[in-house]
Ligand binder design. Structure first.
Ligand SMILES: [Zn+2]
Length: 434
């Protein structure tokens, strides 16, 4: 997958942005106004209009004779310098601050003059949150976190920043207009294409992708789906497999996907280690949006336009297809359908281990593919659930989470059985003391 710009050292400029190449990695300093005041030696002042191809460090070198002072320009222009100094826009006018001796900024020993610098916080607005950053040597407890502002020490902030930078973040979002709806626009977030109609949607989609990765241990990676299909349908001619392509996510699909995964939260990501599934590898580690599936694994296999979603156990991947985007096969409500389709496929993966017990508990089946014919056995809740016991389980789990009342009325035994499994996931909380 082509990844979007991160450090920009040799990356292409976009139409809207001039990159600040070496800024992102040099971003370790923190402010120390007291130190700077101690040895005031005027430098800079005035303004500078950004041209395409400019970098913050280049501007610092040209105006102060010291590229390392890019950080001072950043600090003086908090609303014009984005992404921790990694993104500036041509045409914007920067304030060039009057600064000190130019021997470096933000270090506690730059002050001289016998002043004991009092380390103070720096406000950092980033893609991963707003932070009041205190130096590591700040003495005393940090103040309580304010509304929407996280209070951290420098080391913690750098750790967050490093984590955020392992995710490629798209530049399109910054360029979107705030607070208005616009035509359906495809932006790139973490290497994935997402169709949105507002900046708020783009930001929400970005948070979802981050949550899936960091909380659920699932990477949103559409190319992984194409690769998974190829690995699964090996008998299909390469000429046909080569037609497989990724497809942009619709915003509503990501919202539904997060909702679907949230039902399985106790056995995803870090919580899994303390769940009843601890020790078993997580069965799904990537999710994908692919245009079409393949209909069958044979020499005559071709693209399939009707599959809504598919789980690939070998690749630990769940893919969703264009046919599912506006389907209403189970639910009239589009977002419920998307959530339901996702829950169905996720259950194929995360609850595969329960299938033998499910078959035993439901006297409807003798094995995965054989119906018992037992009189009075409770039938699967949907027609598709008749296909085999695996589909029965996935359909039942789908209804359990998305339309629980209908499962209770159609298949009460299945509802109760799934309830038992789901409740077994989370560790029992300690009994309250008397
Ligand atoms: Zn299925």
């Amino acid at each position: 997958m082509p990844k979007s710009h991160q450090s920009g050292a040799s990356g292409p400029s976009t139409d809207v942005a001039a990159q600040a190449p070496d800024a992102a990695t040099a971003d370790a300093g923190y402010g120390n106004a007291a130190a700077q005041d101690a040895v005031k030696k005027a430098m800079g002042g005035g303004h500078y209009q950004i041209k395409r191809g400019d970098t913050l460090s280049g501007i610092a070198k040209a105006t102060y004779g010291n590229a390392a002072l890019w950080h001072e320009i950043q600090r003086a222009n908090p609303d014009k310098v984005h992404r921790g100094g990694n993104l500036i826009f041509a045409g914007e006018i920067l304030d060039l601050p009057v600064i000190d001796d130019g021997k470096g900024t933000g270090s506690t020993d730059a002050g001289g003059g016998g002043t004991t610098p009092a380390p103070g916080p720096t406000l950092r607005t980033t893609d991963f949150g707003v932070f009041q950053v205190y130096p590591d040597d700040f003495v005393g407890p940090l103040p309580p976190t304010q509304d929407a502002i996280q209070i951290v020490r420098q080391a913690t902030f750098l750790q967050y920043q490093a984590e955020a930078q392992t995710q490629t973040i798209n530049l399109d979002i910054d360029a979107l207009d705030e607070g208005v709806s616009f035509e359906r626009t495809v932006v790139t977030i973490g290497g994935e294409k997402v169709a949105v109609t507002s900046k708020a949607q783009a930001q929400h989609a970005q948070r979802i992708i981050k949550t899936l990765r960091e909380v659920y241990g699932i990477k949103v990676d559409s190319q992984a789906g194409v690769d998974a299909i190829k690995a699964q349908y090996k008998r299909v001619p390469a000429t046909e497999l080569d037609k497989l392509k990724t497809k942009e996510w619709e915003y509503k699909e990501l919202v539904a996907l997060e909702k679907a995964l949230s039902h399985f939260a106790p056995i995803l990501g870090n919580p899994r280690a303390t769940s009843s599934r601890k020790g078993d590898t997580q069965e799904i580690t990537s999710v994908s949006k692919v245009d079409q599936a393949i209909d069958k694994n044979s020499a005559s296999g071709v693209l399939d336009h009707s599959t809504l979603g598919e789980f690939f156990s070998g690749s630990k991947n769940f893919s969703t297809f264009t046919a599912g985007t506006n389907s209403a096969v189970d639910f009239k409500d589009s977002s419920k359908q998307l959530e339901g389709t996702a829950v169905h496929e996720i259950a194929h993966g995360l609850m595969k281990n329960e299938l033998p017990a499910f078959i035993t508990a439901m006297d409807y089946w003798t094995d995965q593919y054989t119906k018992s014919g037992t009189a009075g056995a409770e039938a699967p809740p949907t027609d598709y659930g008749q296909t085999n016991a695996g589909e029965d389980l996935s359909e039942s789990v789908m209804l359990y989470f998305v339309d629980p009342d209908s499962l209770k009325s159609k298949a009460a035994k299945r509802s109760a059985w799934i309830d038992g499994v789901v409740k077994s996931w989370a560790p029992k909380t300690a009994a309250p003391s008397p």
